[in-house]
Design a protein around this ligand. Structure first.
Ligand SMILES: *Cc1c(COP(=O)(O)O)cnc(C)c1O
Length: 359
C-alpha cells in the first residue's frame, strides 16, 4: 500500500453496529434492541433541553461544573475527580488511549460489551477475552488471563448483553488480585436498575489506596438520554488529570449538560423508571420462562433468552413489528436480547414469541 495507512489494528476492528430501528413494511416498529429507557426521559429534561437550545451559539461549560457538583453531592464524591464524557463510550475509549497501546493487552470478559475490543484495537492494543462461567464474568478466569502486558481490565457490572453481575465481594477479589499497574475499569452503565443488595457499582473502590480503579456511568440507560450522548466517571486524581488532558475541551454539548442535570435532579422520575423496570423485567422473565425459554438472571433493563433457532425467532418478531437484538456479534448466536419496554410492548413481544413457538 502506498497511500495513507492507518495504524496496525485499526483495520481489524469490526465496526460497532447499534440496535436497528426500522423494519421494511412496518410503519411503526417497536424498538426493543438498544436498552433505551422504556418511559423516555424526564419531562424536566425535555424542558431544560429546549431552554439550552436557545443558547446554542454559546460554547458549553467545558468543566461541566454544575453536573459534576450535583453528582458529587448525591454520591458523596469529590467533584474534582468526576469527568464527564460524550457518553460513557467516550470515557472508555479515552482510558484505552491513555493507558494502553501497541504491545499492551486489554482484558475483558468473554461476552463483555463490544466496545472494549473496539477501544483496545483503536489504540493499537491487543484485546484478550477471559472465559465466562454460566454467562457470568469469572474472577478466577480474568485473573488467570492477566499477563505482564495487561494494562487495562474492563468489567461491565452488570454486563450487557448477559444481564448478569458480580457481587461486591467478587469485584473486590478481582481488584485485590490485579498487579498494581493494571487499571480496573468498572463499567456500571446499568447500576441504577440493579436490585440485589450484594451489588455495588464500585464508587467506594475508587478511593482505596493504589488508585487503580475507576467507575463509569451513563445517562443513556435509566435516564433515557442516549441520543444526547452523556456519561460520567469517577477516578483517582491522577487518572482524572490524564482524562482532562486527552479529552476534547468541549466534549459534552450544552443541551446534554442541561438535560442531564435536570434528569439527574428528577429523582421522582428516576424512581418511577426503576419501579417500571422491576415490574417489567420480572414479568418478561417469568413469561418467557413460562414459554419454555431459558433466560439469564438479568438485573438490567433487558432479558437474554435462548432459542432453538434464534434467527427464525428474530425474523418472526420483525415480521410482527418487534425489533430485538441478535447476539452473533457477542458470540451468542442462539440468543436474543430483548429490552424491557412499556407494558403493552412487553405484552406484545411476549405474545409474538408465544405465537412463534406454537407454530
Ligand atoms: C449502553 C452501554 C454503555 C454506554 O453507553 P453510552 O451511551 O456511551 O454512555 C456502556 N457500557 C455498557 C455495558 C452499555 O451497555
Amino acid at each position: 500500500m502506498t497511500g495513507p495507512t492507518p495504524r496496525p489494528g485499526i483495520l481489524d476492528i469490526k465496526p460497532y453496529v447499534g440496535g436497528e430501528s426500522a423494519v421494511t413494511g412496518v410503519a411503526h416498529p417497536v424498538k426493543l434492541s438498544s436498552n433505551e429507557g422504556a418511559l423516555g426521559p424526564s419531562p424536566k429534561a425535555l424542558t431544560a433541553y429546549a431552554a439550552a437550545g436557545a443558547e446554542m451559539h454559546r460554547y458549553p461549560d467545558g468543566q461541566h461544573t454544575a453536573l459534576r457538583r450535583a453528582i458529587a453531592a448525591r454520591f458523596k464524591l469529590d467533584a474534582g475527580r468526576i469527568v464527564c464524557g460524550a457518553g460513557s463510550d467516550e470515557l472508555l475509549g479515552l482510558l484505552c488511549r491513555a493507558y494502553a497501546g501497541p504491545g499492551d493487552e486489554v482484558l475483558y470478559s468473554q461476552h463483555g460489551f463490544l466496545m472494549y475490543p473496539i477501544a483496545a484495537r483503536s489504540c493499537g492494543a491487543t484485546p484478550v477475552a477471559a472465559p465466562e462461567v454460566d454467562l457470568t464474568a469469572s474472577v478466577d478466569n480474568l485473573l488467570a488471563a492477566v499477563t505482564g502486558r495487561t494494562t487495562v481490565v474492563f468489567l461491565a457490572n452488570p454486563n450487557n448483553p448477559t444481564g448478569t453481575y458480580l457481587p461486591r465481594a467478587e469485584v473486590e477479589r478481582l481488584r485485590a488480585g490485579l498487579p498494581a499497574h493494571v487499571l480496573l475499569v468498572l463499567d456500571a452503565a446499568y447500576a441504577e436498575f440493579v436490585g440485589p443488595a450484594d451489588y455495588s457499582a464500585g464508587l467506594e473502590l475508587v478511593d482505596r489506596p493504589g488508585g487503580n480503579t475507576v467507575v463509569t456511568r451513563t445517562f443513556s440507560k435509566i435516564y433515557a438520554l442516549g441520543g444526547l450522548r452523556l456519561g460520567w466517571g469517577y477516578f483517582p486524581q491522577d487518572v482524572a488529570d490524564v482524562l482532562n488532558r486527552v479529552r476534547n475541551p468541549f466534549n459534552v454539548a450544552s443541551p446534554a449538560l442541561a438535560a442531564g442535570l435536570a434528569a439527574f435532579d428528577d429523582t421522582e422520575w428516576l424512581d418511577r423508571c426503576r419501579r417500571h423496570n422491576d415490574t417489567g423485567l420480572d414479568w418478561l422473565q417469568k413469561r418467557l420462562t413460562g414459554l419454555g425459554l431459558t433466560v439469564t438472571p438479568s438485573v438490567c433493563n433487558f432479558v437474554l433468552a435462548r432459542f432453538g433457532d434464534a434467527k427464525a425467532a428474530d425474523a418472526f418478531l420483525r415480521s410482527k413489528g418487534y425489533i430485538v437484538r441478535a447476539m452473533g456479534g457477542y458470540g451468542l448466536p442462539d440468543w436474543l436480547r430483548i429490552t424491557v419496554g412499556r407494558d403493552e410492548e412487553n405484552q406484545g413481544v411476549a405474545d409474538a414469541l408465544a405465537e412463534f413457538l406454537a407454530r
